[in-house]
Design a protein around this ligand. Structure first.
Ligand code: 1GP
Length: 239
């Protein structure tokens, strides 16, 4: 996971259902110019084929594509990297082992692309799609101790990245105190996403210790956020 730790990274998350084929080349061009590290693809529920979106991205740019599968139907071996998510904040056995068993025969030949991730939902406002679809409860944002213990458990289980998720379109991003507390206790890379809408929020999240920030809705509204986040990353790396 050298690519994530000790270097700040920016990922642009594309929701397959919102990808507009005419606008995509322009968005990817801006993403490349800004220095975006990864394009992530996936969502809790998609009407459109994720694989088709990966093909479209590939035909327009060479930024590594990271699959962020919301469910088994979104699996594709075409991505450069695949997040093998374990929803460790929840107690849904399908999202802790059931889906992994079903996916294993399909993924066994691309093990080098897999990043086993401890995916932790934090309640940061109203109920998000990921909570409803996963049928799990997010950890309340004032229960820092539970988040920290969950992240430590994830690392102890051998997961190679912890992803603190407020949920797409969350009212607020994951609080900086939680990120700081988790950062202190784990050594694997820390990804943070959900509800990041301003560069101030991005800065706070980086400074709290995130190695990777994931931007979705905020960039759909205004791509300047992506530029600003990449600039921030560059400033922090050169410090
Ligand atoms: C969701 O963390 C991502 O899984 C991105 O969320 O769309 O709120 O930026 P936003």
């Amino acid at each position: 996971m050298e690519m994530f730790r000790n270097k700040k990274n920016v990922a642009l998350l594309l929701d397959p259902d919102k990808v507009n084929e005419e606008a995509l080349p322009g968005i990817l061009k801006s993403a490349r110019k800004a220095g975006t590290d990864f394009i992530m693809v996936g969502g809790s529920l998609t009407f459109r084929s994720v694989e088709n979106v990966i093909d479209l991205i590939r035909s327009n740019c060479s930024i590594p594509v990271v699959l962020f599968p919301g469910n088994l139907l979104q699996l594709s071996r075409k991505a450069d990297l695949i997040l093998l998510l374990s929803l460790i904040s929840g107690r849904n056995p399908e999202l802790l082992i059931g889906n992994h068993v079903i996916a294993a025969p399909y993924l066994k030949d691309v093990k080098e692309k897999l990043i086993p991730v401890g995916y932790i939902l934090i309640g940061c406002g109203s109920k998000t799609s990921v909570e409803y679809i996963s049928q799990t409860e997010a950890i309340p944002s004032d229960k820092t101790d539970i988040v920290v213990a969950t992240a430590i458990a994830g690392e102890m289980l051998g997961l190679r990245m912890i992803y603190l998720e407020a949920g797409s379109g969350a009212g607020n991003p994951v609080p900086a105190e939680i990120i700081k507390a988790v950062r202190k206790e784990i050594t694997v890379p820390l990804a943070v996403g959900g509800g990041i809408r301003t560069s101030e929020e991005a800065r706070e999240i980086y400074e709290a210790g995130a190695d990777l920030i994931i931007l979705g809705n905020g960039c759909e509204k205004d791509l300047r956020l992506l530029n600003e986040a990449c600039k921030l990353r560059d400033d922090l790396i050169s410090k």
